[in-house]
Write a protein that binds this ligand. Structure first.
Ligand code: MG
Ligand code: MG
Ligand code: MG
Length: 304
């Protein structure tokens, strides 16, 4: 029975492509693996899969009794609910170490870089395995997505080096143009239900015992969201009402390099505590691009 390689809930391009690539790499190294995802791909991911002729991983929500490789996360709240009934054999990630544990030794590749796919590029090189052209294209796009074409403060030199190498393998001459095409697809939100948008790139966190949800929409022009902002705020209030202390939605303008944050919380001064600005229902936060680096640590400190 093949081991399942699976990314986090509400899968993004990094989670999907990481699953495909790690399944390829580990299978070639002698551990039969199959890529999986905890949900359907987003329009951005569909664009990437179609562009490079890759197949969407099978949607899997139960992993009991299976061998499992986690990619792009190591937090239990982001993992399949029955992970405790599976055997975790490897983690490949670029986040803070989460709360998974194992009973046997495991393979771990966790680097402080902008994207899991940067780690995977280095794994292929380390093991001396050639990266298939289509997978190289996918890895390239995932890095451009997670690092917002190198604008995110999470970007490292390793990410840039990986992109240079992957672009050559994939035959991509202008990776910035490819990145913009991808973000144009990501920005198209017309006709998508507000609830789907809130959850498109969404994570729940445990912050000092409080359940805090943070979603993010990255667009090339915030004005594209003007028509649906009220609807998004109403939906966010519903999400908060579903057993959360707070729910936030980052509307990130990747060209202006900042985020408008929609706010829904039981603690009205939490945003001021975290960011030092007075805020009620929403606030513009210049330079705030990354949930992981610019937002989560500040809220975690404020909730302490
Ligand atoms: Mg991710
Ligand atoms: Mg990632
Ligand atoms: Mg992201």
């Amino acid at each position: 029975m093949a081991a399942l390689v699976i990314g986090h809930k509400n899968p993004d391009t990094d989670s999907v492509i990481s699953a495909i690539a790690v399944a390829d790499l580990m299978s070639k190294r002698g551990t039969a693996c199959q890529a999986a995802a905890q949900g359907a791909p987003t329009p951005e991911t569909v664009f990437v899969l179609e562009k490079f002729g890759l197949k969407a991983p099978e949607v899997v929500t139960s992993v009991a009794g299976k061998q499992v490789v986690l990619v792009d996360h190591s937090d239990l709240p982001q993992a399949p609910a029955d992970l405790k009934d599976a055997e975790l054999i490897a983690v490949v990630d670029h986040h803070k170490l989460g709360d998974v544990t194992t009973s046997s030794p495991l393979l771990m590749w966790v680097w402080p870089v902008g994207c899991t796919c940067t780690v995977i590029k280095n794994m292929y090189d380390f093991y001396g395995i050639e990266i298939p052209k289509n997978i190289a294209g996918g890895l390239l796009c995932a890095i451009l997505s997670d690092t917002v074409i190198f604008k995110s403060p999470t970007t490292t030199d390793e990410d840039k080096k990986a992109v240079e190498g992957l672009a050559k393998i994939a035959g991509v001459t202008d990776y910035k143009a490819l990145g913009m095409d991808m973000f144009k697809v990501k920005s198209a939100v017309d006709g998508v239900p507000a609830r789907d948008l809130v959850f498109r790139d969404y994570k729940d966190f445990d912050m000092s015992g409080k359940k805090v949800g943070i979603g993010q929409l990255e667009v090339i022009d915030l004005a594209m969201l003007d028509g649906i902002k009220a609807e998004l705020a109403a939906e966010l209030a519903k999400v908060k009402g579903e057993g959360r202390h707070s729910a936030f939605l980052l509307l990130t303008d990747i060209m202006k390099e900042g985020s408008e944050m929609l706010i829904c919380t039981d603690c009205p001064d939490i945003v001021e505590k975290a960011f030092g600005v007075k805020a009620d229902k929403s606030v513009w936060l210049p330079k705030v691009m990354s949930r992981k680096k610019d937002v989560v640590p500040k809220f975690e400190a404020a909730f302490k």
